[in-house]
Design a protein around this ligand. Structure first.
Ligand code: 3AT
Ligand code: MG
Length: 332
């Protein structure tokens, strides 16, 4: 990396980019936020080990990947080993009863989704937790996302701004048929991987031993041993990348013919397989290779999403002011 490009300011010499950095710096998760989540994880793990002696609790999602904001929830994965797979609903109902007896746990709710979760709050902080059972792919992909977040200084502000933008326009809620945060993150990484001068490589291709999908979950690195930063020829400012991202999904990406693959750092042709057939949006999970965007199953929601890319692209291209697509002051 050229000496001049080792700070974010180097990528923020225009107004739009500076606004992105300002929003990022105001909203990004603080070390104290992570410490609080980590403390709660430790306390809960001890509690759970009274019932499941060998269980381990992992913090996953944006809290761990570095792609979270102060208001992000904490995702937890409870790993219970043994020769017979436990039924997640049974384990979660058991935990639900137990958690209701704990003075520091607020509202507890069991959500029977495809991956069932226990959603609860910590009373003092109002922090929200989503706990799943043995969905270990989340531990693997959190490490992958964390490695991408560290590969280039521009990744974290790009993703934070795009999550805020999507939330503001109500296209960031998988439970309502739009995009999950995880899907959005993969869409941003895909855009950055497929530029003429890519900002990111495929880390799974370049470091297969780090991201081996069969690696024992205990040894998936949690903090250290990240892939080294990627040295890109692309030195675009943040604003340019944001406009480019919107343009890519408004104009260039072929939703009906292409599958987003961060694993291969390219768009794959959409095949007729069960996974992709009749799906409006196809985004490959980097380890399991299924569709993370399957929540978008209504045409009307799909059209809303595409229309939002198109509208925000046109506005931002002409005005180059973040406030024109996102009311920055009311979010900070
Ligand atoms: P927020 O900051 O909470 O909005 P996030 O990055 O934590 O965003 P999600 O809450 O959507 O993202 O998901 C939490 C983690 O769960 C991210 C990823 O490790 C895992 N995950 C989510 N959806 C899937 C999926 N379809 N397949 C595999 N892992 C997933
Ligand atoms: Mg989350």
């Amino acid at each position: 990396v050229p000496e001049s490009h080792n700070t974010l300011q180097a990528y923020a010499k225009d107004k739009l980019s500076a606004q992105m950095v300002e929003l990022f710096e105001a909203c990004q998760q603080q070390p104290s936020d992570l410490e609080r989540k980590e403390m709660c994880r430790t306390r809960l793990q001890q509690e759970i080990q009274r019932i499941f002696a060998t269980a381990r609790l992992y913090l996953t999602g944006s809290s761990m990947s570095g792609l979270g904001c102060r208001s992000s929830d904490a995702d937890l994965c409870l790993v219970i080993r043994g020769n017979k797979r436990p039924d997640p609903i049974r384990v979660l109902s058991h935990l639900q009863k137990h958690f209701r007896t704990l003075s520091y746990v607020g509202k507890v709710q069991l959500i029977r989704a495809k991956v069932p979760i226990l959603r609860f709050t910590e009373k003092d902080s109002d922090l929200e937790f989503d706990l799943n059972i043995n969905n270990t792919v989340g531990i693997r992909n959190t490490f992958l996302l964390k490695s991408y977040a560290c590969a280039d200084l521009r990744i974290r502000p790009m993703i934070l701004v795009i999550k805020k933008w999507a939330k503001h326009h109500q296209i960031n809620d998988a439970s309502k048929g739009t995009l999950s945060s995880y899907t959005l993150v993969l869409m941003v990484l895909h855009y950055l991987q497929t530029l003429k001068d890519p900002v990111l490589p495929s880390l799974q291709r370049d470091y297969p031993e780090y991201f081996n999908p069969f690696m024992d979950i205990d040894v998936v690195p949690e903090r250290s041993e990240l892939a080294p930063p990627y040295i890109s020829r692309n030195q675009s400012f943040l604003g340019e990348l944001l406009v480019g991202f919107l343009r890519y999904y408004a104009r260039d990406f072929r939703w009906d013919k292409q599958v987003i693959s961060v694993r291969e750092a390219r768009a794959l042709p959409k095949t007729n397989s069960q996974e992709w057939r009749n799906k409006y949006i196809c985004v490959e999970e980097p380890f399991e290779r299924n569709n993370v965007a399957r929540a978008v199953h209504e045409k009307i929601k799909f059209n809303t999403i595409k229309a939002q890319f198109a509208e925000s692209f046109r506005i931002l291209r002409d005005r180059k002011d973040l406030n024109s697509i996102l009311p920055v002051q009311s979010i900070i």
